[in-house]
Each structure stands twice: as structure tokens, then as C-alpha cells.
Design a protein around this ligand. Structure first.
Ligand SMILES: [Zn+2]
Length: 237
């Protein structure tokens, strides 16, 4: 059974890994290592972005918000990326929210320092630029996925993307999390999650999800998982 397909080893970050050692050491001196818990907000709706996060593990969700009760995940970020691309692109804030989904270790840099570092076209600038394109691709594909594909397929996609980023077969997430991220009713997700469990692809226990059959889950997902993964692989490869 093929395993999770992360882009950087757990405990490392792809973007920082793309920067030469000497330059990376200089950047690390401007960062602090932090532990981020689920529901902790990295940046919020139209609030000045204070820090940029380079995850080393775990996963963040980028959320779009229609109104306080209707929120949907438009992208996920793990140790392949950066939480704070709007800062790179010159925005001080966004209409969306970035929130921790799966407990994460991350290196964080004050937004001002990051702005300063990416002003010149050095290696950090190049790596973040490539990642930003992959993030746009992911966001676009997630939009069409959410409006086109069946909930079972979307559940499978989410589980695969999460599996790739957490680097473990079991992770802390509930069906309620899944429902919230996919923007559907809890009962809708329960039915889909139940089908995946009955097929032996995943298991649920005590607020944890276990991936039991990765290949089966890939077969159960819509093509969006592969499209997003290929876009990342092309840009980060
Ligand atoms: Zn899809």
C-alpha cells in the first residue's frame, strides 16, 4: 500500500529547504519555533497579519467565509508551504482566515521581517513564489471540487491531503471537523464517512481518524487529489 506523499520530511519545511544553508541559517535567526494547537488562528478576517508560519508538521486550513455560520476550506497548508502568502503578495490582511487543523510545530517570523526578506529576489522569494502558484492551483481545484464532486469523493480527497501532511496513519480529527471543512451538514458527512469505513478504507475512534487502506482511499477520491498533488509536485519538485 503506497504511503503518504509529503513534499518535505516531517520536521522540515519545503520552502526553507529550498534556501541554501547559509542563507537559511540567517533566516532562522529571525524566527521562533512554536507549537500550534487546533483552532488556533494564524490570521483572521481583515485583521493585520502579524506572523508568517512555516509548518514543520501538522496542518493549517485556509478558510473562506460567507457569513459567520458558513465557512469553507479552500486550501490546506502543511510542511510543504507557508501560511502567510498574502504578505508575500503585498497584502496586510485578507477576507479569509487561516486556522490550525492538526497540531503543528512551526517556525514563525514576524510579518514585517518576512516582508523585508522577500523584497529582494533571493532564494526565499523564489521558493515562496513557486509555492504561491501551487496554492492558487489548489484553491481553484478545491473550488470546482466543492461545487462538482460527491461528498464521499471530497471526504477521500481531504483525508488523502491530510495524510500527506501529517506523516502518520492516525491523526486527531473528527467527522465534525470534516463536515466543517467541506462546508456540509454533519449528517451528510456521517453518511459519507460511514461508507468509507464500511469499505475498510478508514477507521474512526475517540476523535481520531486512521487511514487503513491508502490505495483504496485514492481510488475512492475524485481526480482533484491527483491534480492538486501534481501541481505541487511540478512547482516544488
Ligand atoms: Zn474533486
Amino acid at each position: 500500500v503506497p504511503g503518504a506523499q509529503g513534499f518535505a520530511p516531517l520536521g522540515e519545511n519545503w520552502v526553507l529547504g529550498a534556501v541554501p544553508q547559509g542563507e537559511r541559517d540567517r533566516l532562522l535567526a529571525r524566527m521562533e519555533r512554536v507549537r500550534i494547537e487546533p483552532k488556533q488562528i494564524a490570521y483572521d478576517v481583515e485583521q493585520p497579519i502579524q506572523h508568517v508560519y512555516f509548518p514543520l508538521s501538522g496542518m493549517f486550513s485556509i478558510l473562506a467565509i460567507a457569513d459567520p455560520r458558513r465557512v469553507i476550506e479552500v486550501a490546506v497548508v502543511g510542511n510543504e508551504g507557508v501560511v502567510g502568502v498574502p504578505v508575500f503578495l503585498g497584502a496586510a490582511d485578507t477576507p479569509g482566515r487561516a486556522v490550525c487543523q492538526i497540531p503543528a510545530d512551526a517556525l514563525r517570523m514576524p510579518a514585517d521581517a518576512f516582508r523585508d526578506e522577500v523584497q529582494s529576489a533571493g532564494p526565499l522569494h523564489g521558493a515562496v513564489r513557486r509555492y504561491a502558484q501551487a496554492l492558487f492551483d489548489q484553491t481553484a481545484q478545491t473550488a470546482i471540487c466543492n461545487s462538482t464532486h460527491a461528498i464521499e469523493e471530497r471526504c477521500a480527497r481531504w483525508l488523502l491531503m491530510t495524510h500527506d501532511r501529517v506523516g502518520a496513519d492516525t491523526f486527531v480529527a473528527t467527522q465534525e471537523t470534516l463536515a466543517r471543512m467541506l462546508g456540509v451538514q454533519r449528517s451528510t458527512v456521517n453518511g459519507a464517512a460511514g461508507k468509507l469505513q464500511d469499505a475498510g478504507l478508514v477507521g474512526y475512534a475517540r476523535g481520531r481518524i486512521t487511514i487503513r487502506d491508502r490505495a483504496g482511499l485514492e481510488a475512492a477520491s475524485c481526480g482533484c487529489y491527483r491534480i492538486i498533488h501534481r501541481a505541487l509536485a511540478r512547482l516544488l519538485g
